[in-house]
Design a protein around this ligand. Structure first.
Ligand code: URA
Ligand code: SF4
Length: 211
């Protein structure tokens, strides 16, 4: 299917989805937003209070910081695709449960397929867990990993920096490396495909030496 149509289709399905119990507490589902040809896709945790009210991702304080961080690398939020690991707000902003993440995963997978971003940036531990279940954010944040043919960079959630100011410079530094990583992403994927005729095992995570 045409990628634009597929993204719209996902949003329509999410709006009326009842695949997990989070549909009970949502006001508006938050499918995500951004251009279909975005080169960067950000995956956060789940809608909070404001997102649930407005049906848009990252519109609260964490979103403001995300926009500021994008600004430091000369980008605007309208240039990137922003979504979450679960599309409906967990009650009281509790953590999403494994069954909820699992139930919602096919929507995220379809969005990744449709957008085919050069880099996926996970924000926080739940979206990191989708790609690197056993990774420690304090160890691997900011590093480019090649997982199932995709470049994934795990970063701290912007809300974490708002609660713990010492993390702000860590996130800023990880963002500062994004442009370099983007410009090298195609090259790195090409090279690894040339030198590696067998696809990597499904759960393999290879760290790339980009810097
Ligand atoms: N935090 C998230 O993880 N996602 C949002 O959409 C907003 C805040
Ligand atoms: Fe459906 Fe995802 Fe919302 Fe659960 S969180 S009801 S799976 S859209």
């Amino acid at each position: 299917m045409d990628s634009d149509k597929e993204l719209k289709q996902v949003a329509q399905e999410v709006a009326v989805c009842t695949k997990c119990k989070l549909y009970h507490s949502r006001k508006l589902a938050v499918a995500g937003e951004g251009p279909t040809n975005a080169s960067i896709m950000f995956i956060g945790e789940g809608p909070g209070f404001h997102e649930n009210e407005q049906g848009r991702p990252f519109v609260g304080a964490a979103g403001k910081l995300l926009e500021e961080l994008l600004g430091t690398i000369g980008m605007q939020r309208t240039q990137v695709f922003i979504t979450n690991i679960v599309k409906c707000r967990p009650p009281g902003n509790r953590d999403p449960e494994p069954e909820e993440i699992q139930a919602c995963d096919s929507y995220l997978e379809r969005q990744i397929q449709a957008i085919n971003p050069r880099v996926i940036v996970t924000l926080g531990r739940y979206s990191m867990g989708k790609f690197m279940p056993n990774a420690k954010i304090s160890v691997i944040h900011g590093q480019a990993m090649r997982i199932k043919g995709r470049l994934i960079v795990a970063m701290y959630h912007p809300a974490a920096a708002l609660h713990q100011r010492s993390l702000l410079s860590v996130i800023q530094d990880d963002f500062a490396h994004l442009p370099e990583l983007l410009s090298q992403a195609d090259q790195v994927i090409d090279q690894s495909e040339e030198t590696n005729s067998n696809p990597p095992p499904k759960d393999s995570a290879t760290q790339l030496n980009l810097f």
